[in-house]
Design a protein around this ligand. Structure first.
Ligand SMILES: [Zn+2]
Length: 326
């Protein structure tokens, strides 16, 4: 048995001898990842066994459910084992209705109820940014802090809020979604440059999501320099002291730090672990931390915006922790 371990900063330690306590899924627009969570006694989740990945069926709910069902039958036949899912999309806590543009066949349905009916056991479904934040708050960089705001800087921008170890879902399940709303500055950097109010997939213009994730970094670089590069190329060039890339990063940090500082003020966050692809650029997170701390009302004398500890499968880790209430 191969047990998942984040190696440098272990969220989940190796304990393969303990029994399974939940089967977990992390479902994105391209793959369904499965893992079995292990644990026992006072620490219900101590290990995760990855069980591979399958392509996500996008257009047929029957096919989608069959992927889950097959994994459950194969790896977790005991009906007492709960099923916990981390998914891209927002779940209304009142109705259980999922809004999920990336996977049309589950958009607009109460996915947890549908799967529970088909599989005959409890199913929980949570947003992937929420699962990341639970993982960080209970086992990662947020451990020991009462208010943890998890910020995702992935392809786009997302977030989750955990207070005293509990996930805050909010009206419609949108708590933590700082990526949307027409608030991005239209002037940024020193010297200032005009930033267009880019159209966002949510229907508004000027959302943080349009400038704040990997696609946003690429969009800014293209806007500033007329050159198309991947976010990784931009970060690599910045690290190699390329002036154009440095300008892009400076404008990016200026644009993203202001709304993030506002979030910290509003929710009273003690710590902001960052996940998603851009969190791998540790120096970018350090720059963001410097700028956000200049803009928050409270003067933090320690890092506030930090790279999340759980960079390996945070969706699965969070789903496991939610399933076991740990
Ligand atoms: Zn938007």
């Amino acid at each position: 048995m191969v047990t998942l371990d984040t190696q440098d900063k272990a969220i989940i330690t190796d304990a393969p001898a303990l029994p399974a306590c939940a089967i977990c899924f992390d479902i994105g627009g391209s793959t369904v990842k499965t893992a079995l969570a292990h644990g026992g006694g006072a620490d219900p989740v101590t290990g995760l066994t990855p069980l591979g990945r399958q392509p996500t069926p996008l257009n047929d709910l029957g096919d989608f459910a069959a992927v889950i069902e097959k994994q459950v039958e194969l790896h977790a036949p005991d009906p007492a084992l709960p099923i916990s899912i981390s998914i891209t999309g927002v779940i209304d806590p009142e109705t259980g209705i999922l809004t999920c543009a990336n996977i049309p066949c589950v958009d607009g349905i109460a996915l947890a109820d549908r799967l529970a009916e088909r599989l005959g056991r409890p199913v929980q479904v949570n947003n992937d940014a929420a699962c990341f934040t639970i993982a960080e708050a209970r086992r990662g960089a947020g451990r020991g802090y009462p208010i943890v705001f998890g910020a995702i800087l992935g392809t786009g921008v997302g977030g989750g809020l955990v207070i005293n170890g509990r996930l805050v879902q909010g009206a419609g399940g949108f708590a933590g979604e700082w990526g949307h709303g027409p608030i991005a500055a239209t002037l940024a950097g020193d010297p200032p440059v005009d930033i267009p109010r880019f159209a966002c997939g949510c229907g508004q213009k000027g959302c943080v999501d349009t400038i704040g994730g990997a696609r946003g970094l690429e969009r800014l670089h293209s806007h500033l320099h007329g050159v198309t590069l991947t976010s990784r190329e931009i970060i690599d060039r910045w690290n190699a002291a390329d002036q154009s890339a440095a300008r892009t990063v400076e404008v990016f940090v200026d644009l993203v730090s202001a709304p993030l500082a506002t979030v910290v003020n509003i929710v009273g966050a003690h710590i902001v672990p960052v996940g998603g692809g851009l969190a791998r650029a540790e120096n970018l997170i350090e720059r963001l931390d410097e700028e956000v701390r200049k803009k928050t009302l409270y003067r933090f004398d320690r890092p506030l915006i930090v790279r999340g500890d759980c960079q390996v499968e945070p969706g699965l880790v969070g789903a496991a922790l939610i399933a076991t209430g740990n």
